[in-house]
Design a protein around this ligand. Structure first.
Ligand SMILES: *Cc1c(COP(=O)(O)O)cnc(C)c1O
Length: 227
């Protein structure tokens, strides 16, 4: 079941990449496993999926630790993709490989200080509130360059790019506009920093995101079923 779902998502990536003349191997799939069990993650691992996204610190860490003590041969990559409060930043710095939701310098500085020396630098995406939604996390586009400038100087962090969760639109054209704005921001930032990741697209809008230039999609329900 999970294996079939993964295959279906990969087929969709391949087909969409073809439509816009891109290499499907350059589009990375993050399986969003929030609220799902370790055994569901294991099924995905057995089907070849090895990058996972978690939204909640405690739940995520339990899963990271569970798979660490199994000492599998496959390296698993853990992405933190939920809102991050500063009192939880240490746990994230110690257990995750990526944080996709950095939207203020204070959090970045804490992650930098708390990242253990024994680990590689923590990969960072800056979250942009591209649809300008009051309730959403993320910085406004005009705050991007100053924040990126500060983050790029922190030695235990590695700035990799941008992440966004655009507002869901019923009109695909509207949806496309937000993704394209993100791609433009990404292209601008790339002129200044050696970044390589634009994380956007979820189960319902992955096609539009890929067509607009996303190279990392975060897929939950299309792989693991409804939450
Ligand atoms: C839950 C979540 C996803 C996955 O959403 P689906 O619609 O289930 O694919 C992706 N990104 C973030 C930040 C999420 O919180």
């Amino acid at each position: 079941m999970i294996k079939d779902n993964l295959q279906h998502v990969h087929d969709k990536i391949t087909q969409t990449a073809k439509e816009c003349d891109r290499d499907p191997n350059q589009i990375k799939l993050i399986a969003v496993s929030k609220t799902k069990t370790c055994s569901a993650i294991e099924s995905a691992l057995n089907a070849g999926q090895c990058a996972f996204g978690e939204n909640y610190v405690q739940e995520g860490i339990e899963k990271v630790q569970y798979f660490r003590q199994l000492s599998l041969n496959i390296p698993i990559e853990w992405h933190f993709i939920g809102p991050l409060q500063s009192n939880k930043s240490k746990l994230v710095a110690e257990h995750f490989d990526w944080v996709q939701t950095v939207d203020r310098l204070k959090i970045a500085k804490r992650l930098n200080e708390q990242r253990p020396d024994s680990l590689l630098p923590l990969n960072i995406l800056i979250q942009v509130n591209i649809s300008n939604e009051q309730t959403k996390s993320g910085i406004m586009p005009d705050e991007l360059l100053p924040l990126a400038h500060e983050i790029a100087r922190l030695p235990n962090l590695k700035l990799r790019g941008l992440m966004a969760i655009p507002k869901a639109e019923t009109d695909p054209n509207q949806q496309r506009i937000a993704f394209e704005q993100m791609f433009n921001l990404y292209s601008t930032l790339k002129q200044h920093y050696p970044i390589d990741t634009l994380s956007m697209g979820m189960s319902d809008d992955m096609t539009t995101a890929i067509l607009a230039g996303s190279n990392m999609i975060r897929i939950g329900s299309a792989i693991f079923g409804m939450r």
